[in-house]
Design a protein around this ligand. Structure first.
Ligand code: URA
Length: 227
């Protein structure tokens, strides 16, 4: 197993490998740990980028041991950072509701993020989410590749543009291709849809309702993998 000090250079290489794999259908990247538990333990001490300095803890993925579906968000939010679990805040609650409406049991899936530390900036007493940059995404990439490689899901679902562009390439547009089941070297299928927080940000009740319905419709396409 590579020491943590080597993760940074490994991360840089693995971005190219995985991006190539997903866009050109070559081989999937190799895991950097032998099991999810081993990866989670190692990720606790990850210093491959500077985000660990201002985050409470690493928020690794969690869920079923043999999930058919792996959901990938962007990065933990304020509540996830405090609790150490992905998608437990407002966006996570909305995801839970949408999954229920789509007939998918979250406990049978695995939920993770592209970046495992909360990136934020202070605004008064609040910590405001800040989008991770390319170097931070690259540094974290080996953990995501490892989760997918070890879990071997039938479908990977990118929630929002950060996950989609990380796994499907920078030119991928969620607005154009949401809900499409695509082939990938990472898993038999990959799909991108909106991030649940985009629904929370909808300007009014009517558009929130409409966007929630479209999100649930995308998730329903996964129901056949959930069984
Ligand atoms: N948003 C994400 O992308 N992931 C989380 O875990 C929470 C909010």
């Amino acid at each position: 197993m590579a020491p943590l000090s080597k993760l940074k250079s490994r991360a840089k290489n693995s971005v190219t490998t995985a991006a190539t794999a997903s866009s050109q259908n070559s081989t999937a990247p190799l895991p950097i740990a032998k099991s999810i538990d081993a990866a989670r333990t190692r990720a606790k001490n990850c210093e491959a980028c500077d985000l660990y300095k201002h985050a409470t803890q690493t928020v690794f993925g969690e869920g079923a041991r043999k999930p058919r579906i792996v959901f990938v968000g962007e990065q933990p939010g304020d509540q996830e950072d405090q609790q150490g679990r992905p998608f437990v805040g407002p966006a996570g609650k909305l995801l839970d509701t949408a999954l229920e409406q789509a007939g998918i049991d979250r406990a049978k899936t695995y939920v993770t993020n592209t970046v495992k530390h909360f990136k934020w900036e202070p605004r008064g007493k609040r910590r405001i989410h800040k989008k991770p940059n390319g170097a931070e995404i690259a540094a974290c990439r080996p953990w995501l590749d490892t989760e997918i490689a070890l879990l071997k899901p039938r479908v990977v679902v990118c929630l929002g543009a950060t996950a989609a562009q990380t796994l499907l390439g920078r030119t991928f547009r969620v607005t154009q291709s949401r809900g499409e089941l695509l082939e990938s070297a990472l898993a038999p299928h990959i799909m991108a849809t909106v991030h649940p927080s985009s629904i929370l940000r909808a300007p009014d009740e009517e558009s929130r309702h409409r966007e929630m319905a479209s999100f649930v419709a995308d998730l329903k396409k996964l129901a056949k993998f959930a069984k």
